[in-house]
Design a protein around this ligand. Structure first.
Ligand SMILES: Cc1cc2nc3c(=O)[nH]c(=O)nc-3n(C[C@H](O)[C@H](O)[C@H](O)COP(=O)(O)O)c2cc1C
Ligand SMILES: [Fe+2]
Ligand SMILES: [Fe+2]
Length: 396
């Protein structure tokens, strides 16, 4: 890319990664991802974050493209996860005098990852850094997504540098600002990113949003995805809704099946939901859909129905794995239904019901357990109808 001026004297110097298959070696990246970094050119030159180390060379060239031989005075480190901090050591080698701005937790990690212990400028909540015509301010946002995360705010231009908050998967195809991009794919990807990466930290996200509500913010520069300006209110509203686990009207059905019996139960439940006026219905075969997408739909919709055959006296392994991912994220307030099948001694439905109890979710309808090929069509239809009635009449 060529560096782009996204606000007065503020340049985008991030990179697109369209090579990596799995973010954090877990989450698929069909649309790629961007690692965003920003360069603020005032009397002092300030770089905000770096990029994944594989892109360090591209990144350093981007910076040189803006600075023409000058050197950055400060590097502000908003987040030490290696997708943003990976190039710090190489940056320091290229610009030995750059002062690194962070908090005490940042510096502990900086030493651990990079062995860097000097040329540091420590900041605390609300501290200011004078850089000429503006004064940057720092606000701690612990656990959005790691303990050292901090936001940087430019009150003059009303720009927030928000680290992973308001980030999304999806490379930046030409544009950088939201208004320059087709945002349709980013809505799905932003929910998926939240569900995968930030979803466990709803409390810290709410706290951070509380701090932001007192500030006048015209532009949000996150570390992944578009720069939010025209749609900044939508980005904040989405985070509000997701961190309250609100859940839109709709149902996610996730099922496991080896020979199709449990799958046919899922089909019947889905049909019954649709006949009772429910849409959207998201359906996932857990052996095929990556959990990343199931978690996205779980965060998006209010109701979840899970089905699994009994497998060696347990749940089907992929279903067990999904439950673990949901439990870690402490998802709240879902309406829950479950079903399953077995041949000699059923265990799966009991385990799914116990899971819902652990999650403190409301179970809707009667769980359906099917032995061998005996049809439970009517019971599945009733489960679908009960969930539809509950969703249609719930107090929002
Ligand atoms: C590897 C394997 C392990 C199984 N373990 C059990 C079990 O412990 N208890 C049981 O009642 N049925 C067990 N079954 C039978 C399945 O639960 C039963 O056939 C179920 O209906 C399969 O659902 P499906 O057609 O959706 O794959 C097992 C089947 C397989 C292939
Ligand atoms: Fe992160
Ligand atoms: Fe990140």
């Amino acid at each position: 890319m060529t560096p782009k001026e996204i606000a007065h004297n503020l340049f985008y110097v991030g990179v697109n990664d369209r090579q990596k298959e799995l973010f954090e070696n877990l989450w698929p990246l069909p649309l790629g991802v961007s690692y965003n970094a920003y360069l603020l050119v005032d009397e002092k030159i300030v770089l905000i974050d770096t990029v994944e180390v594989g892109y360090a060379d591209v990144f350093l060239k981007e910076i040189e493209g803006v600075l023409n031989g000058r050197a950055p005075d400060y590097l502000i480190v908003g987040h030490m996860e290696p997708d943003h901090s990976g190039s710090i050591r190489l940056l320091r080698r290229r610009y030995p005098k750059v002062q690194i701005v962070g908090n005490s937790k940042t510096f502990e990690m900086l030493e651990g990852y990079h062995g860097i212990t000097s040329g540091l400028y420590e900041v605390k909540e609300g501290d200011a850094l004078h850089i000429g015509s503006r004064e940057l301010r720092f606000y701690m946002a612990p656990m959005v997504h790691w303990p050292e995360v901090m936001f940087t705010y430019d009150p003059k231009e009303k720009i927030l540098f928000s680290a992973d908050a308001f980030g999304t998967y999806g490379a930046l195809n030409g544009g950088v600002l939201d208004a320059e991009l087709d945002l349709a794919p980013f809505r799905d990807e932003m929910i998926r990113y939240y569900a995968n990466i930030v979803g466990k930290y709803a409390g810290p996200v709410q706290k951070a949003l509380g701090k932001l509500s007192a500030m006048d913010i015209q532009t949000i520069c996150s570390t992944h995805g578009p720069v939010w300006r025209e749609y900044r209110a939508e980005a904040v509203a989405l985070y509000e809704a997701l961190s309250r686990y609100e859940g839109e009207h709709g149902v996610t059905i996730a099922y496991a099946s080896m020979y199709g019996h449990t799958e046919q139960m899922a089909e019947t439940i889905a049909r019954s939901l649709a006949e009772n006026g429910i849409k959207p219905i998201a359906m996932h075969n857990v052996s095929k859909s990556n959990a990343s997408y199931i978690l996205r739909d779980l965060f998006r919709y209010k109701a979840l129905i899970l089905g699994s055959p009994t497998y060696s006296n347990q749940l089907f392994p992929e279903m067990e794995s999904l439950l673990g991912k949901i439990e870690i994220r402490q998802v709240k307030g879902r309406l829950f239904g479950c079903f399953g099948s077995f041949t000699w001694a059923g265990a799966s439905v009991k385990r799914l019901a116990a899971f819902a109890e652990r999650m403190n979710w409301e179970t809707v309808g009667e769980p359906v357990e099917q032995k061998q090929g005996l049809s439970t069509r009517q019971a599945c239809r009733s489960l679908g109808k009960a969930m539809a009635d509950r969703l249609n009449h719930r107090n929002l």
